[in-house]
Design a protein around this ligand. Sequence first.
Ligand SMILES: [Zn+2]
Length: 195
Amino acid sequence: MRDPKEFQFNLPAEARPAAFALAEKIHAAAWDAAPDCTSARPDASANTIRAIVIHATAGSSTEGAVSVMAARRASFHWLVADENEAAHGDFVWASAPERRAAWHVRNNCFHPDVYNGAKRVNDWSLGIEVVNAQSDGDEFSDWQLHATAGIVRYAWAKYPNLAYVVSHARLDPGRRTDPGSSFPWGRFAELVMGD
Ligand SMILES: [Zn+2]
């Protein structure tokens, strides 16, 4: 499956993993910016989380992605570093509190297969940004796939109604292609499902 607009799989409740601690560190600059580029969720309970959205930055660095938050243009809950960065192979960056709605999907976007076509996706989702240029020469690393899958498994264990794993491109096909056609979605789904 290589069309990012098709990237989606759903999490079966009966396979929900046991809770575990995520290997994450707070990114100070992102965390400091987060109050000004995230919103309160209408429902603050853990039950509100229905989806997790996979993005790629179309940039080359964690700092570049954080600068978007610092400029208050967008935000996301986690950043998965690129191969040439120190965090790669070690931990993921937590960039905004999970209890806040990050600004990673436009409010009028939806897909009929994701939470019955509900809009205002940010209110009921979590967002992961994988640092990747989205160009032919920049493959996603095996660690990036494992780390991203690990975040999804962590969230799957934590949020009882989390059911949809979906690309940004599927939710906003007119404007977005991320995480891009080089993201190995089938392999990623296998890692999430524990295969
Ligand atoms: Zn995106």
